[in-house]
Design a protein around this ligand. Structure first.
Ligand code: ATP
Ligand code: MG
Length: 962
């Protein structure tokens, strides 16, 4: 409903399509797997909750219609259009709440009693029947909806690519495409539009009075439609005020509706689940889906079927909308769901790893016609799911074994053992990647519980460790300074207003401010007390010119000078509930609450940060230009050293794409475009053509919009920027790597760092050209030189496009060098073989029975075989050892091989392997072989003469065969 929130709050901009809207109806993709709306635990276990489902909605704005019409139309649709037996319907209404100061919703009750007997119109408490807008709704993706009112023809406001509806969908009034992602950590909002609601429940059995089963978690008496009457707004002080205009927001679960239209007792028995169950069954040896629930499903087979089918839909739909499994936030919700499915599939259904990715095409086939984004992104979704599934599968077996042996095995007998200890649950989580809810599920299956308090403490300790490490790295000596809710409320209760940080956009100012509070690792400093030299503290000021870390931009550094002398060296600035906490260590002097200070931001450092931030925006535009619209921003980080930008893209960028991206940004710098910012209402800002906002990011209203040039880039952003692109001076894209499946990361530099990288680039270009000029000379060491240059190049910081071009050129030289070397070696070997012939013949003629040959065949073992053959041809009775330096006189590698004929061995006891070992041991070489022949190497040999002398002395002294 987020797209309609401005209407509910009376903030729709007059003259816009939104303001003109009087009614609408739509279908929304809903994921309820985190936060207040979390149905994950029920999924699989019951027959009517999914983590992903389609919700059909109808809307009335500004009193176009209200309770009576909404109830009339709902009843009409269910009974007269869909033909549902009214004898099975029950309605609830809000029965009033003293605490809220609200009376019962008699109006809704009376509307219902026109259709249903009094006994089937049931008053319920605020828990079930008072509805508040949720923060999660701010996650809604751009507004795309169809609208119609009963009296006017259907009107198209913004239309997605044509949607055709499959039979199941055709049962429903209309369809569109608004994605609501109800996910983790987000909480239900404390403020916003709200009001009583009225739910319609359906009894799957019929012919009875089921009123006591309404809202009682009975699978046969389920809620199908919720009509919400928005007539209040809750303000910051939690007070309810009547809204100037009243609205209706209704939601009906498509799967529940279909289950009753198709005469099924379970949502999972409707047509859209059949192909999924078919596919799972073809991969599972435990038999087909049997529809059993609860204790009847003793092997958990059917629970697993339902969960796996549900989770396949959730993952496929969420990934198609650009979400990615990750370690935090909504990405972690998806990872948890996927791991849960993997566990159900492999442990309970005995499917092979990889089974889950095979379900993606089934979901795409079933829903692709109505949701074309599934078809478009299918390959990518399969890749991501496959990789996620495989990486977890490697841990799954270990985790299951650990659970069986270390946890479950201990259980029997002792009562205390029925609780999984926090450290074991944490080991599963931290080392084996088992999300805690998965461990909890496995514990429940084994009749156990988890020490969740202990687990939370372990998690907290881990967080603290990593934050302390971060602070230690920033010179805070491992002291953790972070305000939690308790402390920000203490500040607010003490009448301390939020920090006025409007001066953060000013440059070169020294702002006078007053210390409002001093926070230390031991709590707040009391009035009258002081913090002194060497203390690690966080200052809260009435106003500040420091930029606190936000939107991917690191915090400003600098100092806060104390009125009476001394200063705080600011090493970090973070905001908590509107309070900027300036953390650092006091250098000289002391400070107490109420003292005057001067904020001295290090603007020369900020001058290096700002261009990195501004060029991040330009880079975002450049990537769209070069790679197309499919690449979305996934994160960014900039500081005074560099900028980092993460985006969705399937494969590595080619050198040409890197070059084009770099050129685009350089061009924008050379054009000296102005960079401007403007604060405007969120709805207006969203309407700016080409505006970029991060998917899933929550933006304030009004929002700050930063523009580069006229149309180069427009982004929602609160960062500090350059005023003209020329201030960035230079730009070098130094790296493009992968951070996760389908997510790439670019690192880039501006200003002096970029110039340095450009100088590096020129140097390497020069050296590469020199290297290339050596190719013609057949320089024997060319390959080595090329190899060394390549190594240096790889470690250097320069343009990634240039790097890959130079790398290719150097590799080509290296290849030519290796070829030249081979050619030269072949010539050397030929020459050497002639020499060997002469030497062996002369040894024979002087009656020698052993010979040490100083060869010139490099360290080429193939050439050594040629030598052996040649010698054996002329002198089959001769024992010999060949010794050859890789590059004569270079002090490098030396090859050694020995041959001893049988007859000589029997007669004298000389053995090739012993001979070789004796020689190599003395010069740090290694090798091996048999008594008849052996081969080895000395990796580094300064004087080959020593090796030869050793070889000769062995045959002389030890065996006396000369
Ligand atoms: P329940 O109490 O059954 O969980 P709810 O009160 O959470 O329902 P609403 O938030 O009012 O439901 O959502 C509106 C409609 O969406 C419901 O009437 C129901 O038809 C459908 N719905 C809600 N949650 C789910 C779910 N997890 N799976 C399928 N349909 C759902
Ligand atoms: Mg619910």
């Amino acid at each position: 409903m987020n797209q309609f929130k401005p209407i509910f709050l009376g903030r729709a901009v007059p003259g816009t399509d939104l303001a003109a809207l009087s009614t609408a109806c739509n279908s929304q993709k809903c994921i309820r797997a985190g936060g207040k709306h979390n149905d994950l635990d029920d999924v699989g276990r019951d027959t009517y909750h999914h983590t992903f489902f389609e919700m059909l909605g109808s809307w009335s704005f500004n009193g176009s219609y209200f309770k009576a019409e909404a109830i009339d139309m709902a009843y009409d649709l269910l009974v007269n259009v869909y033909g549902i037996d009214p004898g099975r319907l029950y309605a609830t209404y809000f029965a009033g709440d003293e605490d809220l100061g609200l009376a019962a919703d008699e109006e809704a009750r009376e509307c219902w009693t026109r259709y249903l007997p009094e006994g089937r119109v049931i008053g319920c408490s605020a828990k079930d029947n008072f509805w508040e807008v949720s923060e999660e709704m701010k996650w809604a993706s751009p507004d795309v909806f169809l609208s119609h009112s009963p009296s006017t023809p259907r009107r198209r406001i913004v239309r997605p690519p044509p949607i055709r509806i499959r039979p199941t969908h055709e049962a429903c009034a209309c369809i569109s495409d608004v994605f609501r992602l109800f996910l983790s950590s987000e909480k239900m909002g404390d403020t916003g539009p709200c009001g009583p609601c009225s739910e319609i429940h359906y009894d799957r059995i019929g012919d009875r009075d089921a009123s006591s089963l309404v809202n009682a978690d009975d699978p046969d008496v389920i809620e199908i439609w919720n009509l919400v009457f928005i007539q209040f707004n809750r303000d910051e002080t939690s007070k309810l005020a009547s809204l100037p205009a009243r609205h209706v927001d209704t939601g009906m679960g498509l799967e529940r509706l279909c289950s009753l239209l198709q005469g099924r007792r379970s949502n999972y028995d409707i047509d859209v689940f059949a192909p999924l169950f078919g596919a799972i069954s073809s991969m599972s040896p435990v038999g087909p889906y049997g529809g059993l629930v609860g204790d009847d499903d003793s092997t958990l087979r059917d629970t697993a079927y339902r969960a796996v089918a549900d989770h396949a839909r959730t993952l496929t739909f969420a990934l198609a909308d650009g979400a990615v499994p990750d370690n935090e936030g909504r990405g972690y919700v998806l990872r948890r769901i996927l791991r849960r499915a993997t566990r159900y599939g492999q442990q309970i259904l005995k499917c092979e790893p990889g089974f889950f990715a095979k379900l993606v095409p089934v979901v795409v086939e079933t829903f692709g016609e109505a949701y074309p984004e599934l078809v478009k992104n299918q390959a990518n979704i399969i890749d991501i799911v496959m990789e996620e599934e495989q990486s977890f599968s490697t841990m799954l077996d270990r985790g299951i074994r650990y659970f069986e042996d270390e946890i479950k095995g201990e259980k029997d007998g002792e009562e205390s053992k029925k609780v999984v200890s926090a450290d074991k649950a944490f080991f599963l989580y931290d080392t084996l990647g088992f999300p805690i809810d998965l461990t909890e599920l496995m514990a429940q299956e084994a009749g156990m519980t988890i020490d969740m308090v202990g687990f939370a403490a372990e998690m907290e300790a881990q967080k603290r460790r990593s934050r302390e490490a971060r602070l230690a790295a920033r010179g805070m000596g491992g002291k953790r300074l972070e305000l939690i809710a308790e402390q920000t409320s203490w500040l607010a209760d003490g009448g301390i207003p939020a920090t006025d940080d409007s001066s953060k956009y000013s440059w070169d100012v020294e702002l006078d401010a007053v210390v409002r509070a001093i926070f230390t690792p031991d709590g707040f400093v009391k009035d009258g007390e002081v913090a002194k030299e060497g203390d690690a503290v966080g200052l809260i000021l009435d106003k500040s010119s420091f930029y606190a870390e936000a939107g991917g931009q690191d915090a400003d550094l600098g100092t806060i000078a104390f009125e009476g002398g001394g200063e705080l060296i600011v090493s970090d600035v973070q905001t908590y509930g509107g309070y900027s906490l300036h953390s650092g260590v006091i250098s000289g002097g002391s400070i107490s609450p109420g003292s005057g200070v001067k904020c001295k931001v290090d603007y020369s450092r900020r001058r290096d940060v700002a261009p990195n931030h501004s060029m991040t925006h330009v880079l975002n535009s450049a990537l769209r230009e070069v790679l197309g619209e499919g690449c979305d921003q996934r994160g960014s980080q900039c500081n005074d050293e560099k900028l980092r930008f993460d985006f969705s893209h399937k494969s590595a960028m080619s050198p040409a794409q890197l070059r084009a991206t770099e050129d685009f940004v350089r061009d924008v710098i050379s054009k000296s475009l102005p960079v401007t910012s403007n604060v405007m209402p969120l709805a207006d800002a969203k309407a700016i053509p080409g505006v970029r906002a991060m998917f899933g990011e929550v933006y304030p209203d009004p929002v700050r919009v930063v523009k580069v040039g006229d149309d180069c880039s427009v982004e929602f952003c609160g960062g500090t920027h350059v005023s003209n692109t020329a201030e960035a001076e230079a730009f070098v894209l130094t790296e493009e790597t992968s951070v996760a499946k389908g997510i790439r990361r670019i690192t880039a530099l501006t200003r002096d760092s970029a110039k340095k990288a450009m100088e590096q680039g020129s140097k390497f270009e020069g050296r590469t050209a020199i290297l290339e000029s050596l190719v013609a000379d057949d320089t024997p060491t060319l390959d080595k030189e090329a190899g060394a240059l390549r190594k240096e190049l790889d470690a250097a910081e320069l343009s990634a496009a240039l790097k890959s071009e130079l790398r290719a050129r150097i590799e080509s030289v290296q290849k030519k060098g290796i070829e030249a070397k081979k050619r030269l070696l072949a010539q050397r070997v030929d020459k050497c073989l002639n020499g060997v012939k002469d030497e062996v013949e002369s040894a024979l003629s002087s009656g020698k029975r052993s010979l040490v040959l100083n060869l010139d065949i490099g360290a080429d073992s193939k050439a050594s075989q040629k030598v052996i053959k040649e010698v054996q041809k002329i002198a089959p009775e001769l024992a010999f050892m060949g010794i050859s330096e890789e590059d004569a006189g270079s002090g490098g590698k030396v090859l050694c091989f020995a041959v001893v004929p049988d007859a000589l061995m029997k007669e004298t006891g000389l053995k090739a392997d012993e001979w070789l070992k004796d020689v190599l041991d003395s010069v740090g070489g290694s090798g091996g072989g048999k008594a008849g022949s052996a081969m080895g190497q000395v990796p580094q040999c300064d004087d080959v003469g020593v090796v030869i002398a050793k070889a000769e002395s062995f045959v002389k002294d030890a065996v006396a065969v000369v």
